[in-house]
Design a protein around this ligand. Structure first.
Ligand code: FE2
Length: 189
């Protein structure tokens, strides 16, 4: 893998199915279907995280306009998972502080355009690390792409570390069951 490193599998320690089942269906925000609304969402939701207030944010979601995707297929539900990650993953990932943590739920037939996430300057200054945790059971059609690394039908509980928090990435669900991914940015002890 060029843009990520396999860390461990947490499935024996964390009951990811139960965590997913405990999330109310009404919780979370749907990813906006336009570039402008996406940027607005960054302002409202990501920048409003207490830790990030006042920090300069590198916003770059340029892939949206280049992707030429079917707009009806662009949809992911994002759910704040900071408390759960602090409670559940502190030991596994040697976490000092959770800076950002979000579940994304992607229904069959839904996808995202290639994009870069918003990154805060103080995350970089703090030497933060970014991990993706494949949360749902391995299913045909579940795909996550990070730079040049492709994760197809990933194993539930596998945790990978991003080499660059600003890396281009995308995800899609060509399967028949929901795809759940947990992305976290943390400082470590
Ligand atoms: Fe993203």
């Amino acid at each position: 893998m060029k843009n990520s490193t396999y860390i461990t599998n947490c499935a024996e320690l964390v009951d990811l199915d139960s965590i997913i089942d405990s999330i109310p269906e009404s919780k979370g925000l749907l990813t906006p279907k336009s570039y402008d609304l996406w940027m607005e969402r960054f302002d409202k939701d990501i920048l409003s995280i207490e830790k990030c207030n006042g920090a300069e944010c590198h916003k770059s979601v340029k892939g949206w306009q280049a992707s030429n995707m079917n707009i009806d297929a662009i949809s992911v539900r994002c759910i704040d998972a900071r408390d759960m990650v602090k409670d559940t993953f502190s030991e596994i990932l040697n976490i000092k502080e959770v800076l950002w943590a979000e579940f994304s739920q992607s229904e069959p037939g839904k996808m995202l355009p290639h994009h870069c996430d918003a990154i805060m300057d103080d995350w970089i200054e703090a030497g933060a690390k970014k991990y993706s945790i494949f949360a749902s059971k391995a299913e045909p059609g579940h795909v996550f792409i990070l730079g040049e690394d492709h994760y197809c039908q990933p194993t539930q509980g596998d945790i990978i570390e991003w080499h660059d928090m600003c890396e281009w990435h995308t995800g899609m669900n060509f399967g028949i069951k929901s795809k759940w991914l947990l992305n976290v940015v943390v400082t470590t002890n």
